[in-house]
Ligand binder design. Structure first.
Ligand SMILES: Cc1cc2nc3c(=O)[nH]c(=O)nc-3n(C[C@H](O)[C@H](O)[C@H](O)COP(=O)(O)OP(=O)(O)OC[C@H]3O[C@@H](n4cnc5c(N)ncnc54)[C@H](O)[C@@H]3O)c2cc1C
Length: 96
């Protein structure tokens, strides 16, 4: 018997037009979150600060874990990204 892993489909249809998604529907973050940044014609900055790695194309909206484009689809990676992101959330709230 042979099982083949066919990948997963992110539940992000409802985010179309709100956040930058990759061609498979995963949410782009950080440097990948805007076409200009991907093309290297814009600095990955929001206002006066560099764009954080887990920030989506919408400032102060973050994505981590499996739904994030380019993430390692594993439990430990999702937990690590979530914990690393919390400090970014606190910083965003402090700046708001
Ligand atoms: C069959 C299978 C086997 C796996 N085996 C392993 C393994 O052995 N080791 C390993 O490390 N990883 C394994 N993985 C991967 C691991 O499960 C994921 O990497 C991990 O669960 C990702 O965590 P997450 O929190 O990013 O996403 P998830 O665990 O998928 O959590 C996302 C949650 O968001 C909810 N949700 C989705 N859309 C919405 C919405 N619109 N509104 C509100 N809630 C929503 C979902 O119901 C879900 O509860 C496996 C995955 C699969 C499918």
């Amino acid at each position: 018997m042979c099982f083949r892993w066919r990948g997963a489909k992110p539940n992000t249809e409802w985010l179309q037009g709100c956040l930058e998604l990759d061609d498979k529907g995963f949410i782009r973050t950080g440097h990948e979150a805007s076409p200009e940044m991907r093309a290297g014609v814009a600095e990955p900055r929001i206002g006066a600060r560099p764009k954080p790695e887990y920030e989506t194309s919408l400032p102060r909206v973050f994505a981590v874990g499996d739904v994030r484009s380019g993430s390692t689809k594993r439990v430990a990676a999702a937990v690590g990204e979530g914990s690393a992101c919390i400090s970014l959330v606190h910083r965003a709230l402090a700046e708001a």
